[in-house]
Design a protein around this ligand. Sequence first.
Ligand code: SF4
Length: 88
Amino acid sequence: MTAGGKPLCPRCLLADVPGGAALAALNQAWIDALPPERRADDATFRARLAACRDCEHLASGTCGLCGCYVEYRASQKARRCPDVPARW
Ligand code: SF4
């Protein structure tokens, strides 16, 4: 699997993708910019990302169902996993 000539990294979050540090930092900046009332608590965030890491739809930090970077999606309290049934 490739994306734009770069190999996809199945089951990887952005922070784990080789060469993904810049995108991971951008995602973290987006998360840091969220108002506290819109952010998921840390335990929820970690549990969501654990589900994503175990999901066949995850590739290079991106959800194959919705196209979101999962770290950013999972950081938002009101967001849900797009799978049916939802995994978080
Ligand atoms: S389908 Fe859900 S669990 Fe799977 S990568 Fe997307 S958001 Fe994560």
